[in-house]
Design a protein around this ligand. Structure first.
Ligand code: E4P
Length: 226
């Protein structure tokens, strides 16, 4: 399972990159705009923090295939590293994905804003490396976000498709666990949610108990003191 951080907040990225096993960072125009700062300064800082090996997904702002490819070329040059161009699924997006794959440009393609299994399968056929279904946005219209992810996983298995499923748009830990259970390859979530995923009051209580028992015999000494 790949855990990816869905934010452009530099302090969250610094913290999570140090403490959590994140495989990279995903952004979209809304996430970038939230930081209200210079675009290249921001994505450059993110690249510096996570290094060249980890994935950085940046979404195109263009609407035609040719312009999407042009933007990808500039991003590859200015940002570099393990870079994925996020493209919303649509006719121009599919064309751009095929063009990028044929171009030999050293970037991956993540087809985003996926809400149906067929959007995902067709994106994969166009050459996408990842597809990003939006789980909570489906759940919040009384659809089945996890069910859609499960169907995409099944379709990719049926046709031996190499494209990975990068589930996105989470609002709780249960959704993350549920997509993992159906075989989703990657999830992207914000720092708060990933921290919540490892948090449990019984864990806190267990740690307090270990400390109290140790201190009752050894006081404030630690193993390093013996
Ligand atoms: C990530 O790739 C998506 O753009 C993001 O997870 C969407 O999340 P939201 O539904 O919380 O905006």
């Amino acid at each position: 399972m790949e855990y990816i951080l869905d934010t452009a907040n530099v302090s969250d990225i610094k913290y999570m990159n140090e403490y959590f096993p994140i495989a990279g960072v995903t952004t979209n125009p809304s996430i970038i705009a939230k930081e209200k700062t210079d675009f290249y300064g921001l994505v450059g800082s993110i690249r510096n923090i996570i290094g060249n090996e980890k994935m950085l997904h940046i979404q195109t702002t263009q609407k035609t295939a040719e312009k999407i490819v042009e933007e990808a070329e500039v991003l590859a040059k200015k940002v570099g590293g393990n870079l994925y161009i996020k493209i919303p699924v649509c006719d121009e997006g599919l064309k751009a994905a095929s063009m990028l794959k044929r171009s030999g440009l050293n970037v991956g393609v993540t087809m985003t804003a996926i809400f149906t299994p067929q959007q995902a399968l067709i994106s994969a056929m166009a050459g996408a490396d990842y597809v990003a279904p939006y789980v909570n946005r489906l759940d919040s219209i009384s659809a089945d976000g996890v069910g859609v992810v499960a169907d995409i996983v099944t379709l990719f298995q049926n046709f031996d498709v190499k494209c990975k499923v990068l589930a996105a748009s989470f609002k709780n830990v249960q959704q993350i666990n549920d997509v993992a259970l159906v075989g989703c390859h990657s999830v992207t979530a914000n720092a708060e949610l990933l921290k919540a995923a490892i948090s449990h009051p019984m864990t806190d209580k267990a740690i307090q108990g270990f400390d109290a028992d140790w201190q009752s015999v050894y006081g404030s000494s630690t193993i390093l003191d013996f």
